[in-house]
Write a protein that binds this ligand. Structure first.
Ligand SMILES: *[C@@H]1O[C@H](CO)[C@@H](O)[C@H](O)[C@H]1NC(C)=O
Ligand SMILES: *[C@@H]1O[C@H](CO)[C@@H](O)[C@H](O)[C@H]1NC(C)=O
Length: 305
């Protein structure tokens, strides 16, 4: 696929990673269709970040920007497809090319009986990191945002996952995912582009002394073409909307305030809905770089009758 001529920052990002290399770990060019107008977020990604085109059963399904030093993705980007169905049986996978540059470009299932290769363990999170922890495997790209089974199964790779508190993962964050699915399914015509990520702590925290734990989860969508007969109450939800969710009950309330009335396991894991601009400001402050998740802020879209 050709790179858009206007994406100077994208070019710099790729150049910073050592130029265009072939292969699925290395650059986003085989999976630019996961991004609005084929342009990955501008501002994020330089040294220490590796683009992964998530390939499963001979197809690209989505894209992740992986941080080797933290052994977690910074974000996953994907195209939403509406559909119902069961969550697939989770056969968890890893990315062979993070361990061996010449390995298969396909994500691969963890071996069941054999120990995991030490090069794989060094290069990425493995199931054992989660087994003995107080964290769940939090999908950035969730399986329920896809219609077809292959797209769903492809989300079960640990390079799409961060350590997420159960209270968030099965509470307010799950509600956000369901709400986005319902809204996009009802009013977005044509593709919706999502980017969901993890925000590290200012002072890094680790799971199993190996895998960085995020303090917040964040997500944003770009729906370029929406139904014009939108209820007035939803006008501010198109073409873009974003959210940040707490992954730590103890965090301060500056970014996402806590609702003291929240019940039980949801308490302290609030999700704050916000505009795309507000999310980009927060990311800017945290990551110290100006960020644009969607080219031209997803404007220039149109509405359909
Ligand atoms: C989990 O922790 C227990 C107790 O500390 C230990 O015996 C066990 O081997 C650990 N399991 C894994 C998979 O690390
Ligand atoms: C737009 O929404 C209206 C009202 O909900 C619905 O009747 C119509 O079929 C929708 N249009 C499209 C193209 O989906």
């Amino acid at each position: 696929m050709l790179l858009p001529a206007s994406s100077g920052a994208l070019f710099l990002l790729l150049a910073g990673l050592g130029g265009l290399s072939l292969g699925e770990v290395g650059d986003f060019s085989p999976c630019l269709q996961s991004f609005y107008k084929g342009v990955p977020p501008i501002g994020v990604g330089s040294e220490g970040y590796q683009p992964i085109c998530q390939r499963y059963r001979n197809q690209y399904h989505f894209a992740s920007l992986y941080q080797r030093q933290r052994r977690v993705p910074l974000y996953s980007a994907y195209v939403f497809t509406n559909g119902d169905g069961k969550r697939p049986k989770s056969n968890w996978m890893y990315e062979p090319q993070l361990a061996f540059a010449g390995a298969s470009p396909e994500m691969k299932r963890f071996p069941r009986k054999k120990p995991v290769d030490q090069n794989v363990v060094e290069s990425q999170a493995v199931l054992q990191d989660y087994t003995n922890s107080s964290y769940t495997r939090g999908h950035l790209n969730p399986s329920q945002h896809h219609q077809n089974q292959e797209d769903r199964k492809a989300t079960f790779t640990l390079t799409n996952v961060v350590p997420q508190r159960k209270g968030s993962n099965s509470g307010p964050w799950a509600q956000l995912e369901t709400e986005m699915k319902a809204r996009l399914g009802a009013y977005c015509l044509g593709p919706a582009y999502l980017i969901t990520g993890a925000m590290p702590y200012v002072t890094e925290r680790w799971m199993n002394q190996r895998v960085a734990v995020p303090e917040y989860m964040w997500s944003a969508y770009c729906c370029p073409v929406h139904n014009a007969s939108l209820p007035a109450s939803l006008a501010s939800f198109f073409p873009t909307r974003a959210a940040v969710g707490r992954n730590d009950r103890q965090s301060g309330g500056e970014i996402v305030p806590v609702d003291p009335e929240a019940k039980g396991s949801s308490l302290g894991y609030d999700v704050r809905r916000m505009s795309l601009d507000a999310l980009e400001d927060i990311l800017w402050q945290r990551l110290a770089i100006p960020i644009h998740l969607f080219t031209n802020q997803c404007l220039g879209g149109r509405v359909s009758p």
